[in-house]
Write a protein that binds this ligand. Structure first.
Ligand SMILES: [Ca+2]
Length: 156
């Protein structure tokens, strides 16, 4: 009886062909908007159907559903534009209703230039509500094109 051998070969083949975990992209304009945030298309270079602007007021936010198959910390990258008064802007990240991080979005040459800012957040297995918000005290005035979340999407 050599029934164990095919199983071992199959396991080795699976390990050899596994690829690095991909990232999921979530367009900001697909999210729930509040506090004056709105979808705009007046600057080129965005992905999808546009980007979210209108973060001038404290409380302005976009909330997105992020699904992951397993709980844990993930790298989240924010694609943004910021050309306001030559200053870096800071926005807050909320995960499932609790503040998770501040994200610094360095100033860029103009509003047609897109940059990325990265933060690490902890996510639950399944659906998570991730909000980018101009909190009271934040500078926060950016345009947001999309988020990427490290690793495969999924979860129920
Ligand atoms: Ca977009």
């Amino acid at each position: 009886m050599a029934t164990g051998l095919p199983f071992i070969i199959a396991a080795v083949a699976l390990a050899a062909t596994s690829v690095p975990a991909r990232a999921q992209r979530i367009e900001a304009e697909s999210g729930q908007l509040a506090g004056g945030a709105r979808v705009m298309t007046d600057h080129p270079g965005y992905s999808g159907q546009g980007f979210v602007a209108g973060f001038e007021a404290a409380g302005a936010q976009v909330q997105l559903e992020v699904r992951v198959p397993t709980a844990g910390t993930r790298t989240m990258t924010l694609r943004y534009a910021n050309a306001l008064n030559g200053r870096d802007q800071i926005v807050a990240v909320y995960v499932n209703g609790a503040k998770a991080a501040d994200v610094v979005c360095p100033v860029l040459p103009n509003w047609d230039t897109w940059g990325t800012a990265t933060v690490t957040i902890a996510l639950n297995s399944g659906a998570n509500a991730v909000a980018i918000r101009n909190d009271s005290g934040d500078s926060g005035v950016i345009n947001i094109d999309y988020l990427t979340i490290q690793g495969p999407p999924g979860g129920k």
